[in-house]
Design a protein around this ligand. Structure first.
Ligand code: SF4
Length: 123
């Protein structure tokens, strides 16, 4: 089961997870053109090897260890992680549209600072 990046990454994009991922499955990296306009980072579900290295690296606790453990408030972002493909503008657009929809529908969570947002997921 792949790891999933959720909404504390929006407005954060720290990239510490990218640096520790042994299989380079988190995108966009800072050296990829999509980084500047991306709302968040995404984990490629077929490439993730479930090692768990990214979880402690994330300063805002944005990463869950499987779709099943991802809170209900974040379910839309599971699909966004799944469809995102760096270098594929159509896939990037689809994933970003899902993130924007999540941001609109969960304005309550977006109003919480990224560092506190994960704690608000269970509410
Ligand atoms: Fe990369 Fe491991 Fe995190 Fe999967 S669990 S995204 S392989 S660091």
């Amino acid at each position: 089961m792949p790891f999933v990046i959720t909404d504390p990454c929006i407005g954060t994009k720290d990239s510490a997870c990218v640096d520790v991922c042994p299989v380079d499955c988190i995108h966009p990296r800072k050296d990829e053109p999509e980084f500047a306009t991306s709302s968040m980072l995404y984990i490629h579900p077929d490439e993730c090897i479930d090692c768990g290295a990214c979880v402690p690296a994330c300063p805002v606790a944005a990463i869950y260890d499987s779709p099943d453990s991802t809170p209900a408030s974040q379910k839309a972002l599971i699909e966004a992680n799944a469809v995102y493909r760096v270098g594929d503008s159509s896939a990037v657009e689809k994933a970003e549209a899902m993130v924007k929809a999540h941001m609109s529908s969960r304005a309550d969570l977006m109003a919480v600072a990224p560092t506190e947002r994960a704690a608000a997921h269970a509410r």
